[in-house]
Design a protein around this ligand. Structure first.
Ligand code: PHE
Ligand code: ZN
Length: 853
């Protein structure tokens, strides 16, 4: 063994340094001899040196592996152990590498590589976890076929591809599709399947399974339906068929992320696949359907065509998020999905883009790739594709996608390859559009209007603030969808896409008899902040009449935001005209309940803080909280005589069905109940809690009661009813923090970390408590600093066990510099404590360092 390397600055990886691996990998055969603390992995890999390799070094990644022996063409060799792997002298012609390593799945709490979760073996290899399983060129541009033999006493032993021979104590699998190692998976345990079948459009019969722990069999049916819908949708919309004889999904309780698209063997956080009406809310059902679709869609966008290197992550993630959003729009309501996505984008991506962690959708450097599974790569990556589709049009979009699949099937690609298919399919130059991939930051687009004679002129100016490493920005191509409405609400100019390419640019509409009302950035056609001075009367007009449902909602959202800003900044009372417009809309039964629920859903306190920051103010969490409370109370009073009727009218009769229509009605019903609870002391909520036969109603009622500090008995009843159900218990933990008064949030969270059912080792449980704390704006930012120190304390406790989840949750601190000096000092102290922790992981160190900069 060599001496440990001296502590040095962590290595930074650069896109510009890309060099291909010097060898082809022709075939990989792996044998696993499973044992909880001493699993043996025997690898047999056929390598062929590339004739003109730029880097002829034979380097294999490896981490936390105990090498037993290694052979080349049957002869034992002694490789040189180097930082992060091994090197070896190898022949100049094709050769066979064999090695045996020992690993410890039981001791693996990082949940990366091969680990154990509740007695079951499970793997997670994206991004760079395969190197914890065996020595291998663990990079996405190295693709090969895999043959796997699993030896063990487990009832069910699964890997990628199609099943081979299975016998007593072993199972074999063969994956005929060349793939990168990050898509490798293995699962073994006492599992039960929920089986089904699917016939592809060319008549291929596919076996489908969802594998779960005994006891969870009753929670698979919804996921299976979602899978079949996804398979059909991808055939119909993108012409993509499934390509193996079997598709397996496994639910696992301990998982760092949502789910993973391993070839033919998707592994899911159980919270993202298991569903039943009694234990899952409408929001859970919708999310599960979307994630199942997302992972399934990766089979083409990610697996058949993968990424050349991890800088290209948004090539697969942005596209797959875009595809799953299209799917949800088709299965449910397109406007509701769009509104939900924009709310999420503003809540998660805009703060990232405006703070110390800002990075382009395709970053050009990183220290730890695990920290780049971000809202920017995923959600902004998807927005960029939405813009591309809008600019070239639907037909050209699908033509370009066909070309992408034709040209690049079986390859590991780049953003350049992706844009080239659009250039070739449409003849359009994508040079300026590419800035969306290389520049960080959210453009601010200021619009002004003038009407002279019969002509309306819209003048736009775009500006993007500096981000880390990018002091200046070039103007981007921004598709701005615009429609014009007449005074009576008729649409006089249907949606047209203005293509902004300059820093400042004007567009005219002529032949207008009178000044119209412009509806700008319809469907949120670009991920920008639109800066538009508009009177509340015009906004109310758009809220009532806009033919674009997104912009109708946006008008209401702007009114709500504006009212709340004036309450916070000037101590104003809730705007009477806005209250009036809102109450009118809510009472109007001819309007879609889902839409009314969205209009009733106030901008979150974090969102108000974000807008204050965007406008150059220092957000005061306490004032923002008080304004939210005052506003909700005023709204409840303004609606008081209608609430009981509305509550009764929106009750959904009959057995629970998790569809969009029922969900929309229940969402409105829930919003009404929460207002009603402010007036009736929780009487209606207590009744609903008693009678509820599904989680959506039970949870909504409990939330109202806890918020009113009247839910102690119901909370206990809920606990007694569900204490055996891990996923429902996560809800119970999170809800108590989320509904606590700001001054009690940290204390509530701290008490919960002492609860017998709390464990720091399960990411879902940890996130339930700490994620709820970080998401409680006024509670987390309470001036006592108790929220900050509790989060920091727990992150420090988790870091040595699970660096990935620790690092991701550091993002709770990313907005720190926008707050007042006192809070900044408090947060800085905590961040420095974390940074100074002995043996701090690379993951967390990378995050904290960037946040502090
Ligand atoms: N690739 C997964 C997805 O987007 C996410 C993931 C990343 C899961 C890294 C685990 C680890 O579907
Ligand atoms: Zn994905």
């Amino acid at each position: 063994m060599k001496d440990a390397a001296p502590a040095s600055a962590p290595e930074t990886f650069y896109l510009k340094d890309y060099t291909p691996f010097g060898f082809e990998v022709e075939a990989v055969a792996l044998t696993f001899k499973l044992a909880a603390t001493t699993t043996r992995v025997i690898s047999k890999i056929r390598f062929a040196p590339k004739p003109d390799a730029a880097d002829p070094r034979f380097f294999l990644h490896g981490e936390a592996l105990n090498l037993i022996w290694a052979k080349i063409d049957g002869q034992e060799v002694t490789p040189q152990m180097v930082n992060g792997g091994l090197e070896c002298t190898v022949p100049g012609q094709p050769f066979t590498w064999e090695a045996e390593v020992e690993i410890d799945p039981q001791g693996n709490t990082a949940l990366e590589g091969l680990y154990m979760s509740n007695g079951m073996y499970c793997t997670q290899c994206e991004a760079e976890g395969f190197r914890k399983i065996t020595y291998y060129p663990d990079r996405p541009d190295v693709m090969s076929t895999f043959t796997v033999r699993i030896e063990g006493s487990e009832k069910v032993m699964l890997s990628n591809g199609n099943p081979g021979t299975t016998g007593d104590g072993f199972a074999e699998w063969h994956d005929p599709w060349p793939k990168p190692a990050y898509l490798f998976a293995l699962v073994a345990g006492d599992l039960i399947n929920h089986p089904d079948r699917f016939t592809t459009k060319s008549g291929k019969d596919v076996e489908l399974n969802i594998w779960v722990r005994p006891g969870d069999e009753g929670k698979c049916a919804f996921g299976m339906e979602a899978l079949k819908k996804s398979m059909t949708w991808d055939e119909e919309v993108y012409g993509r068929e499934y390509d193996l004889d079997i598709f397996n999904i496994v639910a696992v309780d301990d998982f760092n992320m949502g789910a993973m698209e391993n070839k033919g063997l998707n592994i899911f956080n159980s919270s993202c696949v298991l569903a039943s009406p009694e234990t899952s809310t409408d929001a859970n059902f919708e999310r599960i359907e979307a994630i199942i679709a997302h992972e399934y869609f990766h089979n083409w966008t990610g697996n058949r065509i993968t990424c050349r290197d991890w800088f290209q992550l948004c090539l697969k993630e942005g596209l797959t998020v875009f595809r799953d959003a299209q799917f949800t729009s088709d299965m449910r309501s397109a406007p509701v999905k769009r509104i939900d996505d924009v709310i999420t984008l503003r809540a998660r991506q805009f703060p990232e883009d405006g703070g110390p962690l800002a990075h382009p959708p395709r970053p050009e450097e990183f220290q730890e790739i695990n920290n780049f599974y971000t809202a920017t790569v995923y959600e902004k990556g998807a927005e960029v594709i939405g813009m591309l589709k809008r600019l070239v049009g639907d037909d050209a979009y699908y033509k370009a996608l066909d070309l992408y699949f034709d040209r690049h099937d079986g390859q590991a690609c780049t953003i350049e390859d992706w844009l080239k298919v659009f250039e070739d399919a449409t003849g359009r130059d994508m040079t300026q559009f590419k800035l969306w991939y290389s520049q960080a930051g959210t453009p601010r687009v200021k619009v002004s209007e003038s009407f002279v004679g019969d002509t309306l002129t819209l003048t736009f100016e775009q500006e993007t603030a500096p981000t880390p490493g990018q002091p200046t920005k070039d103007p981007r191509v921004i598709p701005i969808a615009v429609g014009l409405l007449g005074a009576n609400g008729d649409e006089i100019q249907p949606t047209t896409v203005l293509e902004m390419t300059e820093a400042k640019q004007s567009f005219t509409f002529t032949g207008l008899a009178a000044k119209p009302v412009a509806s700008i950035l319809r469907e949120f056609s670009a991920p920008v902040v639109l800066d538009r001075q508009m009177g509340n009367a015009e906004r109310a007009f758009l809220l009532a009449h806009d033919t674009d449902p997104f912009n109708r909602w946006e008008a209401g959202n702007a009114l709500a935001t504006d009212t709340r800003l004036r309450m916070v900044l000037n101590g104003a009372a809730p705007d009477a005209n806005y209250l009036d417009a809102l109450t009118k809309l809510v009472r109007d039964d001819s309007q879609d309940p889902a839409f009314r629920a969205l209009v009733l859903q106030p901008p979150s306190q974090a969102q108000i803080a974000q807008v204050l920051f965007e406008q150059g103010h220092t957000p005061d969490p306490e004032k923002i909280h008080d304004a939210a409370e005052t506003f909700a109370q005023s709204l409840a009073q303004a609606l008081s005589d209608s609430l009981p009727r509305l509550y009764a009218a929106t009750t959904v009769d009959g057995p629970y069905v998790p569809d969009a229509e029922g969900a929309g009605k229940r969402a409105l019903n829930g919003a009404v109940l929460s207002l009603l609870s402010r007036l009736d002391g929780g009487a209606a909520a207590a009744k609903q809690f008693e009678a509820a036969d599904n989680m959506t109603l039970q949870y909504a009622a409990l939330a109202c009661l806890l918020r009113a500090e009247k839910g102690a008995d119901q909370s206990q009843a809920f606990f007694d009813q569900w204490k055996e159900d891990r996923l429902v218990m996560d809800k119970w933990f999170a809800l108590q923090v989320a509904t606590a008064k700001p001054e009690n949030a940290a204390q509530t969270a701290r008490a919960l970390t002492k609860h017998a059912l709390f464990t720091i080792k399960n990411p879902n449980r940890f996130r339930a408590v700490m994620g709820a704390l970080a998401g409680h704006h006024a509670g987390f930012h309470h001036i006592s600093g108790a929220g900050y120190s509790l989060l920091a304390e727990n992150l420090m406790a988790l870091d040595s066990l699970n660096p990935q989840t620790t690092a991701r949750m550091c993002a709770g601190f990313q907005t720190w510099k926008r707050y007042d000096e006192t809070r900044q000092r408090l947060i800085q102290t905590e961040l420095e404590k974390i940074a100074g922790l002995n043996g701090l992981s690379r993951d967390t160190s990378d995050m904290v360092t960037r946040i502090l900069e």
